[in-house]
Design a protein around this ligand. Structure first.
Ligand code: XUL
Ligand code: CO
Length: 446
């Protein structure tokens, strides 16, 4: 059986990753991710909607600010376009073998930038046609694409928030081409991540004006996307900092306020990335819940940071507590809609065996699969939901209910308190709930 689609097999010796169950000792097998297992009426595959990130898995080669590449990718062609084709083949071979249903890319991950806008558009067009053909052959779909408006030196002062209109227009040319590619590929979402949309000093920055430009840019992009038949979800991906000192899309709460202020919340939702939430001093769950509470949880960049340092290490998610929390919020949200779980994560630069890319994804997929199993058990038992119902029950009747309905004055509240005397202490039972969560997870391990 042929496991690859292009002219060459890039991961020889690795066949399709199978589910072997928790007792398997095969590093190249799933222990918890059983794609066709049905949970709450939906397959695990449909709950989790896993996606591989082009940039980390097929473009980055292990270099960091202090060292050169450590990974010698075999998808090298005779010229940049040929390399782009081979890279695409590597992506589809990988996704197929790893049982991943989706992929995500930035424009310049997939197609080389040309010397002119026309050349860049032409390159993306050519690669888009090839991606489309590979999608049809393999069944792997586009979760989202985006325009990289942060790597090129022209974006050093921002893209949509650049003080120079000419640079903003240049960024728009990339978004236009990326949206056209998205529509051609039946993309389910389109992402904006504003790595350079922010500032490093207020001495040269008119914050108010820059954010007005950002809003207008997003409206213009939305209108164009809708006019060419993009019916999916536009997503904004919050990040507090890095590479810019202070980024405008700081965290979920900030982005929600911005979207509502400009009436963009009808078309845009949030793409929550675990490591970005931690850079804003939040937990992953906090930002997921913040977005879900407003009906704006769109998609997830699944990764993790390192508790011992403060930058975006983009590691593969292996922490079961994070994934149980995430899947619990996602299940209560009714799923991710058009979104999915995109592994915006990279292997460490000293993980140099070709199989390491598979092992990393298998770990992330299994951790989310177990998270889904445990979250389902939590919902099934309903104990946490009962805790919440009971904890706020004083607002469900009598004076509490009247307060929430806006029927009480401040004097009414004062008089109620005076008549009741001192409130009784009510324990939050945190340790009991933490022990309960552990018990559920331990039970799901078997
Ligand atoms: C950067 C990051 C990006 C976005 C897409 O931290 O997460 O890769 O996901 O531009
Ligand atoms: Co991301």
């Amino acid at each position: 059986m042929k496991y690859y689609v292009g002219e060459k097999e890039f991961f020889p010796g690795i066949t399709n990753i199978a589910y072997e169950g928790p007792s398997s000792d095969n590093p190249l097998a799933f222990k918890f991710y059983d794609p066709d297992r049905v949970i709450r009426g939906k397959t695990m595959r449909d709950h989790l909607r896993f996606s591989v990130a082009y940039w980390h898995s097929f473009c980055a080669a292990g270099d960091d600010p202090f060292g050169n590449s450590t990974l010698d990718h075999p998808w090298k062609g005779n010229d940049p376009l040929h390399t782009a084709m081979l890279k695409a083949d590597a992506c589809f071979e990988f996704a197929t073998k790893a049982s991943m249903d989706y992929y995500c890319f930035h424009d310049i991950d997939a197609a080389p930038e040309g010397l002119t806008i026309e050349e860049t558009e032409e390159n993306l067009n050519i690669v888009t046609q090839m991606l489309k053909e590979r999608q049809n052959t393999t069944g792997v779909k586009l979760l989202w694409n985006t325009a990289n408006m942060f790597s090129h030196p022209r974006y050093m002062n921002g893209a949509a928030t650049n003080p120079d209109f000419h640079v903003l227009a240049y960024a728009a040319s990339q978004v236009k081409a990326a949206l056209e590619s998205n529509v051609e590929l039946d993309g389910e979402n389109y992402v904006f991540w504003g790595g350079r949309e922010g500032y490093s000093t207020l001495l040269n920055t008119d914050m108010k004006r820059e954010q007005e430009h950002l809003a207008r840019f997003l409206m213009t992009a939305r209108d164009y996307g809708r006019s060419i038949g993009f019916t999916g979800t536009f997503l904004i991906e919050p990040k507090a900092m890095e590479p810019t000192k202070h980024q405008y899309d700081f965290d979920a709460a900030t982005v929600i306020g911005f979207l509502k202020k400009w009436g963009l919340d009808k078309d845009f939702k949030l793409n929550i990335e675990a490591n970005h939430a931690t850079l804003a001093n939040h937990t992953f769950a906090h930002d997921l819940q913040t977005a879900a509470d407003e009906g704006l949880l769109g998609s997830v960049d699944a990764n993790r940071g390192d508790p011992h340092n403060g930058w975006d290490t983009d590691q593969f998610p292996t922490n079961i507590y994070d994934t149980v929390d995430a899947m619990y919020i996602i299940l209560k949200n009714g799923g991710l809609g058009t979104g999915g779980l995109n592994f915006d994560a990279k292997i460490r630069r000293n993980s140099t065996d070709p199989e390491d890319l598979f092992i990393a994804h298998i770990g992330g997929m299994d951790t989310f699969a177990l998270g889904l199993i445990a979250a389902d058990a939590l919902l099934e038992q309903g104990i946490l939901e009962d805790v919440l119902t009971k904890r706020y029950s004083s607002f469900d009747s009598d004076m509490g209910r009247r307060f929430t309905a806006g029927e009480l004055t401040l004097s009414d509240l004062r008089n109620y308190a005076a008549a009741q005397g001192s409130p009784k202490q009510i324990s939050g039972k945190q340790e009991m709930l933490e022990n309960y969560l552990n018990q559920v997870i331990f039970t799901c391990l078997n």
